[in-house]
Design a protein around this ligand. Structure first.
Ligand code: SF4
Ligand code: NI
Ligand code: CU1
Length: 712
């Protein structure tokens, strides 16, 4: 036997032994009927479920799973057989980790890792993954005597937006060397035991089930999906033992290359298992092996500038300067100008710059004024560009931006200011990113920061507010009837190969990130890109929103997977879902209406299903009548399931969602139903989570759904 296969089998045998022992102990202690589950997932033990179709719900199911593990370990010499043994190790790791959650235990609570990643987080990663905002997923495990070098590798991934999961003592080593960690920084400690590496494997496995419509039990389909569509790879630091090698074999079976920092000599498997002893080459080699391409940065700053810093929070005590609308005039405005009115790359500060050496928190007014000119620029694209300011400023390490237009807050941390970050750098960010992302329509771009209080006030009143109002009027009049074309969006096909969103003025993409204006701009920026126009032709049924042309274009975009799709129905050929939807709506039969649940809500709903369970009813680009993913914005739309009676069908939402959409939803309800404060009639978790309680509440409020014709 080769050293490599020897190690793999040795590791698998060890893990089988551990797993069998742990299962037997647990059954002896709790009995075979004891329920077992990972937190907040609709996919049971995901690896076992995806690979075999078996739903692990009680301890009694596990001995058969151990038998499957054993059957995978043949001790045959060839590499393919050894990789199967690696899969057995993954199954064993899943069982060992799953047993830690017995009795509702939170095994990672007092550890520096997070353990099992709940379904909603995976769904929330859909959009950043498809847009390349997260270009890849790194698993870094082991222990090193060169913490600085390991930290440099992880920092490099962070700088590139790669999501990095840490396993083992490397967690403290990398964090100790100053890397900021947490989901919001895209550096996520999983746990200390090697088996916790399964928590990233189940993310990949669930991506196949959620987005890829891979059927449970289709092992070949699963392995093909993870190999082709999950851009993950593994780096190990320090000595590797049999269990690590065997887990690595599991990763290779899933299509994830493994780079180790010890010299394996002739035991390397080119493209799958390679030695890189020089840590400066770990990242480049890993990216090369997984074919991950990272775009060169459009901006250079004294601090990091990366999507990984988007979620960073700056606390008040750490803030050097704050621009916020509670204390001062603020505005952000992108305006289209004539070419001769714009001087390319001019950055001006009109008023005082941020004072140096301040002892106390500084507050200043700020109007961020961006003028753009270009032959192909359109006024409709102003707001599309303007909304990106939020993300771009957040990419700056040590900067937090919330809000938009005249209501926002920007904080610059003391650390970032000390590192040399100044207002003019914000101008470089805007200039660089606008040219990078909107270069097709923007030929010239200039930026002015108004910090003088009087001038800022004048700008807000005389220029910005009238412009915002004009745009709002345009949006209010932008209906599905008022335009000549809709747009497709197939960005999510990289994960969900058969999915296509149809984006209309009144129905944005289900991820909530793509409005009709966005899709239109995307088409202008890249005419052969993910958004294509659909001429509004061949109306077949107005109530359903059914068009010959929509069907044709969607059939083409999904390679024939979907041939009929309606824009406004939940029941008849509803739009497909990829998996990254902000909300899911589903029928609640007793009250003859629908519940809408947002991804963030972890509790129970009156349908007897959680968000994750409802969400698992659809996805992967399939149509499931009665279940539909959609954006938050869509809830207040006159087109929301209008074929079934529209918003009058909404009987329940989590409170946070209800409050969030209340103003707009109530406005629509007043207009179309003649009802004041409609949201007061809608249940939430503080009112009812059981269907009969909900029914009683709705009855007491006279909710319209109760007297409408049967929904199905
Ligand atoms: Fe994905 Fe649809 Fe959003 Fe496009 S609009 S990114 S396809 S969810
Ligand atoms: Ni520790
Ligand atoms: Cu999606």
């Amino acid at each position: 036997m080769s050293v490599l296969t020897d190690l793999i089998y040795g590791g698998s045998d060890a893990v089988i032994g551990l797993t069998e022992g742990a299962v037997n102990d647990a059954i002896a202690k709790y009995g075979p009927d004891k329920e077992i589950a990972f937190p907040d997932t609709a996919y049971f033990f995901p690896t076992i479920y995806a690979a075999t179709g078996v739903k692990v719900e009680t301890l009694g199911t596990l001995p058969a799973c151990v038998d499957v593990m054993k059957s995978l370990v043949t001790h045959e010499e060839d590499l393919g057989a050894a990789l199967n043994a690696g899969l057995a190790t993954a199954v064993g790791a899943e069982i060992i980790e799953g047993l830690k959650y017995l009795d509702g235990a939170q095994p990672y609570e007092n550890e520096s890792g997070i353990g099992f990643v709940p379904d909603p987080i995976i769904r929330s990663l859909g959009v950043p993954l498809v847009t390349g905002d997260i270009p890849g997923v790194a698993v870094v495990l082991g222990s090193t005597d060169k913490p600085e070098e390991a930290a440099a590798v992880v920092k490099d991934y962070q700088d590139k937006g790669i999501m990095t999961f840490l396993v083992g003592d490397i967690i403290e080593q990398v964090l100790g060397a100053g890397v900021k960690a947490g989901l919001e920084y895209r550096v996520v400690p999983l746990g200390h035991d090697v088996t916790s590496v399964i928590h990233v494997v189940t993310v990949a496995v669930r991506a196949a089930l959620i987005f890829g419509d891979v059927k449970p039990g289709d092992l070949a389909g699963l392995l093909q999906y993870t190999k082709d569509r999950v851009p993950a790879f593994v780096n190990t630091f320090g000595d590797i033992d049999a269990v690590v090698v065997s887990a690595g074999a599991g990763a290779i079976a899933l299509g994830f290359p493994v780079v180790v920092d010890v010299d394996l000599g002739e035991n390397q498997v080119p493209g799958a298992l390679e030695s890189v002893v020089d840590h400066t080459q770990t990242s480049p080699k890993s990216l090369e092996l997984r074919n991950i391409k990272v775009k060169a940065k459009a901006v250079k700053l004294p601090v990091s500038f990366a999507a990984a810093f988007e979620g960073e929070i700056i606390r008040k005590n750490d803030t050097y300067v704050e621009f916020d609308s509670d204390h001062n005039v603020t505005a952000e405005l992108v305006t289209m100008k004539a070419a001769d009115e714009v001087e390319d790359h001019k950055i001006t500060i009109d008023g005082p710059d941020i004072p140096e050496n301040a002892e106390e928190l500084i507050r200043l007014p700020l109007c961020t004024v961006v003028d753009v000119a270009g032959a192909k620029m359109q006024p409709d694209f102003e707001s599309v560009i303007e909304r990106k300011i939020h993300a771009w400023f957040n990419y700056i390490e040590g900067v937090m931006h919330t809000g938009q237009r005249n209501l926002f807050r920007i904080r610059i941390s003391k650390e970032a200011f000390a590192a040399g970050l100044r207002l003019k750098d914000f101008g470089e960010v805007l200039y660089g990113m606008i040219k990078d992302e909107f270069g097709q329509v923007v030929d010239k771009c200039q930026v002015t920061f108004i910090t003088d209080a009087d001038k800022a006030k004048a700008f807000l009143d005389d220029v910005a507010m009238p412009r915002y109002r004009k745009r709002d009027d345009r949006l209010a009049n932008l209906t599905d009837e008022s335009v000549d074309e809709f747009y497709t969006c197939i960005l999510c096909q990289s994960f969900s190969p058969a999915h296509c969103c149809v984006v209309t003025p009144e129905r944005l993409g289900l991820c909530g990130a793509v409005s009709w204006l966005d899709a239109k701009a995307t088409f202008e920026l890249s005419p052969t890109g993910p958004s294509q126009p659909i001429p509004k032709e061949g109306l077949l049924d107005e109530r359903l929103g059914k068009y010959t042309k929509v069907n044709e274009v969607v059939a083409e975009a999904t390679h024939g997977a979907i041939e009929n799709v309606t824009l406004y129905s939940l029941i008849e050929d509803p739009m497909t879902s990829c998996g990254c939807f902000e909300c899911i709506c589903g029928i609640e039969p007793m009250s003859n209406g629908v519940v809408i649940v947002n991804r963030e809500y972890a509790g129970m709903t009156p349908t007897g299903m959680t968000f994750g369970e409802l969400a698992s009813m659809t996805g992967g680009g399939v149509q499931t009548p009665g279940f539909m993913g959609h954006g938050r914005q869509f809830i207040a739309s006159k087109k929301f399931i209008s074929a079934e009676g529209g918003i009058a069908r909404i009987v329940w939402m989590p409170k946070e969602l209800k409050d969030d959409v209340a103003t707009r939803l109530n406005k629509t309800a007043k207009e179309v139903l003649g009802i004041d404060n409609f949201t007061d009639m809608i249940g939430d978790e503080t009112i009812a989570t059981e269907p009969d309680e909900l029914y009683a509440f709705l009855e007491s409020k006279g909710h319209p759904a109760l007297t409408m014709e049967p929904i199905m």
